[in-house]
Write a protein of this length. Structure first.
Length: 365
């Protein structure tokens, strides 16, 4: 039994540059009982996580073949070189590669697809016909939330058992809820759809009234790259103009981010778009952080009664809720307690569920 994981080309499978897809794969790999039988295919890096499992693929200069197709082709070659072993292929977030891989591999291998984003906005799963073809080709489709599952099944009534929800997992490093500082943070890309501008406007409303609180923005326009664009430069200027208690940190590596989150009291997740899952929310819960969030996409599935969900989010609604929390210590403590106690996205548990699906596929087919 061999398990082959295909990452999108843009994913950086390294400790300090990993996005949510790479982090999820790495966390599942860490706790998998099949760890020694797993290969992760991605574009070549100097410092990949899990070097014994990672297969780095160099860029192809063939203009007729995309970078994603190049990695997929090299993975298929490796699979076909081991035809005596039945193998499982796990494709992450690239539905258009399914048919290409299906046509290239030999033998009775199994193929699954992991959807981390809205399938109705992805090449290879736009239309109902696209998604019906995927159901014919694939042995299982994993969705990061019920919201994504519902989107995939929009207009489809067949093969519903093939489509399952598997939440992203987070590693909780503390055994007891850490002590908190008077600190409110935003964590995410510095782009309009994430609502970071709403966060800045909300903090402007409360900054002078809560003089013993600090405020931080953590992130960049593009993951792992500290270069700012016009929008993010304006965000930095407007935010830091409030005073020394407001700071935009830019890119922060995973270890430093865990430390910052462990001592944070409140996090704001002001997404304007429908978040497929919301890994930041799960990480916040693992640290016992009170959450103020937009009520959209997959976020309500994570947060539920562990935080404050805002319909049709705007800066006024954010500032109103923040004022209420910061002015009421018992409410703040209760939200933090619920966040800590109701955390249900432990990577070890999620990895075990995934391994059960893998085992079922091998013995069923």
């Amino acid at each position: 039994m061999l398990i082959n994981i295909l990452l999108p080309y843009k994913e950086k499978f390294s400790k300090n540059k990993a996005s949510s897809v790479s982090l999820t794969v790495a966390n599942n790999l860490q706790f998998s009982k099949y760890k020694k039988q797993i290969r992760v295919f991605g574009h070549n890096l100097k410092d990949p996580m899990y070097k014994d499992n990672f297969v780095g693929i160099e860029n192809s200069w063939n203009f007729l073949k995309s970078k994603n197709e190049n990695i997929a082709q090299e993975m298929c070659k490796a699979i076909n070189n081991d035809q005596n072993i039945r193998q499982l292929i796990e494709i992450h977030n690239r539905p258009y590669l399914v048919n290409k891989i299906y046509s290239k591999i030999k033998g009775t291998n199994l193929i699954t697809l992991f959807l981390h984003n809205d399938p109705l906005e992805m090449k290879g799963s736009f239309s109902i016909n696209d998604r019906k073809k995927l159901l014919l080709r694939l042995d299982k489709i994993f969705c990061v939330s019920n919201y994504i599952k519902k989107r995939f099944l929009d207009g489809i009534k067949d093969d519903l058992d093939k489509v399952v929800v598997l939440y992203n997992g987070v590693i909780r490093s503390q055994k007891v809820m850490p002590k908190k500082l008077k600190q409110i943070i935003y964590v995410g890309r510095i782009v309009k759809e994430k609502g970071v501008d709403l966060f800045v406007e909300a903090i402007k409303e409360i900054y002078k009234d809560f003089k013993d609180w600090n405020f931080k923005i953590i992130g960049t326009p593009r993951l792992g790259i500290n270069k700012l664009d016009q929008f993010s430069r304006k965000i930095k200027h407007d935010f830091e103009s409030l005073g020394e208690r407001a700071e935009m940190l830019g890119f922060v590596n995973s270890e430093d981010l865990r430390h910052i989150m462990s001592e944070t009291s409140v996090i704001v997740i002001p997404s304007k778009w429908n978040e497929p899952f919301g890994l930041v929310a799960a990480e916040a819960m693992s640290n016992g952080i009170a959450i103020v969030s937009s009520n959209s996409g997959g976020l309500p599935e994570i947060i539920s009664n562990n935080g404050i969900l805002i319909d049709q989010i705007n800066s006024k609604k954010i500032s109103k809720n923040l004022k209420q929390i910061l002015s009421n210590t018992s409410m703040l403590k209760e939200l933090q307690k619920k966040s800590w106690e109701n955390f249900n996205f432990d990577s070890k548990k999620i990895s075990s569920i995934l391994d059960d699906h893998r085992k079922e596929l091998f013995f069923k087919n």
